[in-house]
Structures are given as structure tokens and as C-alpha cells.
Design a protein around this ligand. Structure first.
Ligand code: GAP
Length: 455
């Protein structure tokens, strides 16, 4: 099958209600997208799979949900105020602005002019005013990564959970970057979500953990349906490492627009906890607090063997939710030619990711007995906990199958005349991938579906 194109995905996402341009009716807000009725389900399912793997299935990770508005000092001491920048160049002819590394052969990517400004550094963080008075001292940042709050809440989490290294803190949430050139649909946007784990380890064991997390994360992406032969592990060259990193792997995926980063796994050493600790020390000094050896180890762990405080190192697997959604859609999108010569578009999503798990299709909408049974089946199936069960009311079975193939619904249950006329009451189940249909008694449905979805 030909590789999935971005146009195919953008079109499907709009047509079927996965993803829309933000403020579409006003011409759109660049680099910002909204998730529609099916997109929100898919995204939530991906995040739930990550949370389950990172928090519930492990015994060494706690969760956090911190604020988006971030104190200026946090992002000063984290190094973001000084170093979270991209070089940009302006085209003097068409007045467009580009990231310097997106300009090839000194030519404007928009109009081809070579009349460009020299590169200038541009900080990617969004600032916003806090409180009713807008002055230079009253501002906060929208966080550019979820990670910083994990570091600043480190002590509170450790004190409330008594964790010892190795252990991690996981968080899923929005991040904001004023990207100079947002592009490639939801790949590079200004508002996005991250799934980040900060895993705190003893210094010296960090490189081993970096390898462990690389393997762990690759396996997880495979479980989300990605073909590992379309993934590549980039060892980030020293000169390209983020300001906090000693070593980083980028897990790259073959997106429709090219092989690009899906997730970064970085050894952040003690860069962040160390810097925030230094600030705590400065505060203590300026307040003339009696400084003892423990106070210089505020964001630290106590080593029971050495009887000393130490600042743990951090290994950080950091994945983009939106890039994850784009990757699983790319992988799942399939066009098949049927024996009749027709083309069938089917989204072969892993069943735990499918926005709708089961569609219940009444063969005749105006038959009260069929409708009553369809409603009863839906109410019963919801109790199984398999996820969204949808009562389809298009009234046309062929159209309903096509729609549910396109949105990736693994099973369709059809309530027909036999269902209401014959005993025991039965329905047909159609499988998305094989299109095979089988008849099953309604009383057996819950067990059948639990087996299909939850095993
Ligand atoms: N805390 C580390 C960190 O933020 P990063 O490599 O800058 O590292 C991690 O970002 C992940 O966040 C990336 O691998 C990507 O999936 C996602 N991401 C970063 N910038 C993005 C953007 N502008 N649009 C969509 N996703 C983005």
C-alpha cells in the first residue's frame, strides 16, 4: 500500500471530526488545533494507555497535575529564559519570518528572495500578565514543558510519599511554545500536550537507566500500533543537545512529511534540581537563615547508607501527545480495494485506542421494537466498561459500516428483524478488519466484548 499522505489525514480528520483548525470560522489561528468528537476520544485513549503503563503498571512512579502558569523564577533558574530560543530571520521582501535552520541556500522559503536579515535569537516562551495591573514585574509564563513543575514539587512529592531513588513522577498536560514556523498539521504547533516522566536515579546509574527507558518506550509505541521498522533511534549529537542534557535519544517516526522526533529521552543529570536548589540556598542566605548542611540539599534525597543528602540525576522520557496521535493515525490509515473494485478506507487503530469501541446499528430506525432492543443493548454494554458504545442512527447500514471503518470502530453490532422475531434474541457482529460477520445471542454479548476488548 502507498504511504499515507498528510492530505489524506487532514481530510479524514476534518471530515469525520477528529481535528479542526482552531477559530476556523475566523480564518484560523496558526499553529493551534482543536480536537473534535472523535479526536478527543482518541487522544484520551492514548493518554490513558501512557498513564496506565507509566503509573498503574509500575510500583515506582507517582502522578502529578501541576499548573500551566509558571513563576518567572522557575523558568529563569531552569535556564529557559536565557537559552530556550530559536534563531530567526526575516525576509525583507515578503516580510515573512522563518527559523534560520529552515532556510536553505540563503533563500526565503516563501518568495525565494535572498534579501534576509541576519539571524536573531527569539525566546519561544509565551508571557502573560498576572492580576489587574499590567507591568513588567507582573507576569508569568505559560509553561514550555511540563517537566519544571515536577522539579519544583519534588520535595512535596517525596515528603508526602516517602519515595527513594529510583522513582519517577509522571505528568500529562499542555505546553506552549511560540514556534516561529508551526507546520505539518499537528506535528509542530504552538499549544500541545506532553506526556513526561522524570525518573530520579542515583548519579552513576543514569546512563544505564537511559538505555532501559529507550527500550521501554520503543516497546510502548509498538503496543500503540507503530511499526518499529518505521522508527529510528537518533543519538542526538553533542552540539544539538538541549542546555540541560548530557545525552539524549530521539525516537523518530516516519511521519507523512518525513522522519522526525516523536519522543525524546534525555539524561538531564542534576541540572534542574541542582539549579532550583541553588536558588533556595540564595533565598536562605539573603534571609540570613542559619544555613546547615541539610538546607543546601532542599531538592535532594537522603542516602541511608552514606548518611548524606544527594541531588539525584534525572532520566526523562518526554513524548508529544499530538505527535503520538499523528503517528498512530499515519500508521492506521489504510485504503483497500474490495473484490467489487470499490475502495474501502479503514482506520486500523489498535482497539484500545479506537474512539468508538462498538457501534450499534438498528436496521430500521422507524421500527420501535428494533429501536427498543438497540437501546437496551447499548445500556447493557456500557456497564462492561469497554469504553464508548455508540447508537448509530444514520438509517443506512452500508453507510454506517463505511463510516465506522473510516473512524476505526473495531466492531459493529446490527439489530435486525431476526433479532426481534426469533428466540433467543440474537444480533450480528461485524469485524472492522476482516469484515466477517457472525450471529451471536444478545445474552452472550457482554462476555464476548469483554473478552475482545479487555483481554
Ligand atoms: N521536557 C523535555 C522536552 O520538552 P522536547 O524535545 O522539547 O523536550 C518533548 O519536547 C516532546 O514534546 C517532543 O518529542 C515532541 O513530541 C513534543 N513537542 C515539542 N515541541 C512540540 C511542538 N511545537 N508541537 C508539538 N509537539 C511538540
Amino acid at each position: 500500500m502507498a504511504a499515507t499522505t498528510m492530505d489524506q489525514l487532514v481530510s479524514l480528520c476534518k471530515r469525520r471530526g477528529f481535528i479542526f483548525q482552531s477559530a476556523d470560522i475566523y480564518g484560523g489561528l496558526q499553529g493551534v488545533y482543536d480536537y473534535g468528537p472523535l479526536g478527543v476520544e482518541l487522544k484520551n485513549n492514548l493518554k490513558a494507555a501512557w498513564w496506565r503503563a507509566m503509573v498503574y503498571e509500575r510500583d515506582d512512579v507517582e502522578g502529578l497535575d501541576a499548573s500551566i502558569l509558571t513563576h518567572q523564577k522557575v523558568l529563569h533558574y531552569s535556564g529557559h529564559e536565557d537559552t530556550f530560543t530559536d534563531p530567526l530571520q526575516d525576509c525583507k521582501k515578503c516580510k515573512n519570518r522563518f527559523r534560520a535552520d529552515h532556510i536553505k541556500d540563503g533563500k526565503c522559503p516563501n518568495c525565494g528572495s535572498t534579501d534576509l536579515t541576519e539571524p536573531r535569537m527569539f525566546n519561544l516562551m509565551f508571557k502573560t500578565a498576572i492580576g489587574p495591573v499590567e507591568d513588567s514585574g507582573n507576569f508569568a509564563y505559560l509553561r514550555p514543558e511540563t517537566a519544571q513543575a515536577i522539579f519544583t514539587q519534588f520535595k512535596n512529592v517525596v515528603d508526602s510519599t516517602s519515595r527513594k531513588a529510583p522513582f519517577g513522577i509522571a505528568q500529562i498536560g499542555k505546553s506552549f511554545r511560540n514556534e516561529i514556523t508551526p507546520r505539518n498539521f499537528i506535528f509542530r504547533v504552538r499549544e500541545f500536550e506532553q506526556m513526561e516522566l522524570e525518573f530520579f536515579v542515583k548519579p552513576g546509574t543514569d546512563m544505564e537507566w537511559l538505555e532501559t527507558w529507550k527500550e521501554n518506550r520503543l516497546k510502548w509505541w509498538e503496543e500503540q500500533g507503530l511499526d518499529l521498522s518505521k522508527m529510528h533511534i537518533l543519538t542526538v549529537p553533542k552540539e544539538d543537545l538541549a542546555h540541560y542534557s548530557k545525552a539524549t535519544y530521539d525516537l523518530e517516526y516516519q511521519f507523512p512529511h518525513g522522519l522526525e522526533e516523536l519522543e525524546g529521552i534525555a539524561d538531564r543529570q542534576d541540572f534542574d534540581l541542582g539549579n532550583h536548589t541553588r536558588y533556595q540556598d540564595e533565598l536562605a542566605l539573603s534571609a540570613k537563615v542559619n544555613k546547615n548542611s541539610d538546607s543546601s540539599a532542599k531538592l535532594a534525597l537522603f542516602d541511608d547508607t552514606d548518611k548524606k543528602w544527594y541531588v539525584p540525576f534525572v532520566v526523562e522520557p518526554s513524548a508529544g501527545v499530538d505527535r503520538g496521535v499523528l503517528a498512530v493515525l499515519t500508521e492506521a490509515y489504510t485504503e483497500e480495494t474490495l473484490p467489487s473494485g470499490e475502495t474501502r478506507t479503514v482506520l486500523k487503530l489498535k482497539k484500545h485506542l479506537a474512539p468508538v469501541k462498538v457501534a450499534i446499528i438498528p436496521l430500521k430506525r422507524n421500527n420501535p421494537d428494533i429501536m427498543k432492543l438497540a437501546h437496551e443493548i447499548k445500556a447493557n454494554l456500557l456497564k462492561t466498561g469497554i469504553g464508548r458504545v455508540m447508537l448509530e442512527d444514520s438509517g443506512n447500514i452500508g453507510k454506517a459500516y463505511r463510516r465506522h471503518d473510516e473512524i476505526g470502530t473495531p466492531l459493529c453490532v446490527t439489530v435486525d428483524f431476526e433479532s426481534i422475531e426469533k428466540s433467543p434474541t440474537s444480533v450480528t457482529i461485524r469485524n472492522r478488519d476482516t469484515m466477517a460477520q457472525e450471529r451471536i445471542n444478545v445474552s452472550d454479548l457482554p462476555a464476548y466484548l469483554k473478552d475482545f476488548f479487555l483481554k
